[in-house]
Design a protein around this ligand. Structure first.
Ligand code: 13P
Ligand code: SF4
Length: 310
């Protein structure tokens, strides 16, 4: 009990220090929906990749502290070249973003000259720079349907590609990447969760396998899942994404009961950021994320084109 109280005091102290330093530095703190609770609580905005990209492009301040993973901070740096972008946990990466390289994009494009290349934002800046347009889980279907081309190379997430293919008359050529967290959910997990919570609605992220998506009542981005649970009919929901999302769900719709599809759905990279790293980043103004100008210029075209769609 005493130990627990000391931890709470430490958290309150750090929170106060971060707030003061944030003012001094004219910084904003952006946090993804998977971040740990105390980091979400100190952020100016908590959201999905699309909301955070828009915020990076439009919010004021001189510094962005990005509590998420590397591709998100890179996107912020591309959209806000005049701001310093800090990634408090320098080693927070997204393994899926490493599953395709710029050279591989050039090669697949050469083999399919008539196809458009759509890059999920979970890619490196170099891959974005080789792509025609980006998308997130919140706008992937609209982005693909906005294209003139009938053939679309969709990378790197094959599950999201197959999900988009359900809503598009186009020929989708999926890359073989996947999320190491979402790809682990199985149809058996959904059936077992429904047996534990009969009557609960199942909402999953589109990075899940097609067999899981087939059994779900809804499919949405992380913020879309929060909106569906908070405003949708029903009192109980089984949530098929990373467990960090439950923090916002508990805060924003306490009257609904939300259960994780699996307690084991943890993105270790999203959990590398804590309050002490946020403080240290603001104090030392590092680790800083930058993107070389020439890559940033080309990657920005693909991101801006996405933001113009939705
Ligand atoms: P969202 O854009 O839906 O927040 O998803 C990001 C992500 O990394 C999911 O694993
Ligand atoms: Fe990448 Fe999956 Fe983690 Fe999202 S949950 S950041 S896709 S590894």
């Amino acid at each position: 009990m005493r130990f627990w109280k000391a931890e709470m005091d430490e958290e309150a102290k750090l929170t106060g220090e971060i707030r003061a330093l944030k003012e001094e530095r004219e910084a904003i703190i952006l946090a993804h929906n998977y971040q740990v609770g105390p980091v979400q609580d100190i952020a100016d905005l908590v959201g999905d990749s699309l909301e955070l990209s828009r915020a990076a492009a439009s919010m004021g301040g001189k510094v962005i502290v990005f509590c998420g993973v590397d591709f998100m901070a890179e996107t912020a740096a591309i959209l806000s070249p005049e701001k310093k972008v800090l990634l408090p946990a320098a080693d927070a990466c997204c393994p899926m973003a490493e599953m395709v390289t710029a050279g591989e994009v050039r090669a697949i494009r050469e083999r399919n000259p008539d196809a458009a290349v759509v890059a999920y934002v979970n890619t490196t800046a170099e891959v974005k720079a080789e792509s025609d347009i980006c998308c997130t889980s919140a706008n992937a279907v609209e982005v693909v349907n906005s294209l003139e081309e009938d053939r679309v190379i969709f990378l790197p997430d094959r599950n999201l590609a197959l999900y988009v293919a359900r809503f598009s008359g186009k020929e989708i050529l999926p890359w073989e990447g996947y999320c190491i967290v979402h790809d682990r959910f199985t149809p058996a997990d959904v059936r077992a969760a429904r047996a534990r919570h009969p009557g609960a609605k199942v909402i999953v992220h589109p990075e899940c396998r097609p067999g899981v998506i087939d059994l779900a009542d809804g499919v949405a981005s992380t913020s879309g899942i929060i909106r569906s649970a908070c405003t949708g009919e029903g009192k109980e929901f089984i949530i098929g994404t990373e467990v960090g999302i439950l923090h916002r769900l508990r805060k924003e719709c306490p009257s609904k009961r939300c259960y994780p599809l699996s307690e084991k759905a943890i993105c270790v990279n999203m959990k590398k950021t804590d309050l002490s790293k946020v403080y240290r980043a603001l104090d030392r103004m590092e680790p800083r994320v930058t993107v070389p100008d020439e890559i940033a210029r080309r990657a920005r075209k693909a991101i801006d084109r996405m933001l113009a769609v939705r």
